[in-house]
Write a protein that binds this ligand. Structure first.
Ligand code: IPD
Ligand code: CA
Ligand code: CA
Length: 269
């Protein structure tokens, strides 16, 4: 594994330790699915167990760093400079239903900018990681975004809307609008961090989704950039809003995808 910075080392170690417990828990899901109680409570405790290991490991090495994690919220809030952004299980609905498509995702932010990212799929044993200025990797191999130039023959991923979204219709309209302009049907795999990793390694040519959380995308932002791709946001300032409506791509199809989604919005207004 080409991990040579101390920060990535710590992230990697924390992630590997947490993933052991996560894989064990995933093995229990099948049994729970047939039980009367169902796997719901178990999954939320698996989430918390994974998160606890990640936080303990990261704080062991950098006790003064801030943490912003999906379940635990903010820790060491005084530290505005260095922060870990954590999603202990990204793809919870998949996990809950025994579908092997979920990840642990960790971003490291310095002065508001994500500098290091790591997303690990424990089932496929695929570790995606990147550090600003050093390229992006999948396990031992350098990764690059795809070279496709036309949206028409691209593979595009998306996700959402969440059940409580207030803009469901707009999101469905966008889905239709992009669907009508691609030959290969859109992919919806249910783990945004892995969707972004898929763009970074060229399996997807693009991805967009509205109303994501910071922990869903933190690692992916730097992994895609370092793989030569492009990330931008649909109609808000990424630093001032809690939700992120993001488009990520190989950069070559970006304008086409972006225009299609924003055009739909203009028509709606
Ligand atoms: C979810 C996944 C999913 C995306 C949702 C996210 P979670 O994260 O990333 O792909 O569509 O918007 O909330 O809840 O499984 O951590
Ligand atoms: Ca998530
Ligand atoms: Ca999660």
């Amino acid at each position: 594994m080409r991990i040579n910075s101390p920060k990535l080392n710590i992230m990697h170690r924390a992630c590997m330790k947490a993933s052991k417990s996560l894989i064990r828990d995933f093995g229990e899901i099948e049994k729970l699915q047939v039980s009367a109680k169902g796997p719901g409570d178990f999954v939320s405790s698996a989430d918390k167990r994974t998160e606890k290991i990640l936080i303990e490991e990261l704080l062991k090495s950098y006790p003064e760093y801030g943490i912003f994690s999906e379940e635990a919220g903010k820790i060491n809030e005084k530290n505005k400079i260095n922060r870990w952004i954590i999603d202990p299980i990204d793809g919870t609905s998949n996990f809950l239903n025994g579908i092997p498509q979920f990840a642990i995702s960790i971003g490291y932010e310095e002065n508001g900018k994500i500098l290091t990212g790591l997303t690990y799929d424990p089932i496929k044993n695929e570790l995606f990681f990147a550090e600003s200025g050093s390229g992006a990797f999948l396990n031992n191999t350098r990764i690059r975004v795809s070279k496709k130039k036309n949206l028409k023959n691209s593979i595009i991923g998306t996700g959402g809307p969440k059940s409580n979204s207030k803009i469901k219709n707009e999101i469905f309209d966008e889905f239709l609008s992009v669907s009508k302009n691609v030959d290969i049907p859109l992919r919806r795999f249910g783990s945004a961090s892995l969707d972004l990793a898929n763009v970074a390694c060229g399996r997807f040519d693009g991805f967009w989704q509205r109303e994501l959380n910071y922990w869903d995308i933190a690692a992916g932002i730097v992994i895609i950039k370092e793989a030569g791709g492009f990330v931008d946001y649909l109609d808000n300032d990424p630093n001032n809003n809690k939700k992120y409506s993001l488009i990520a791509s190989n950069s070559l199809i970006h304008r086409e995808l972006h225009d299609l989604i924003s055009k739909k919005n203009i028509e709606n207004n």
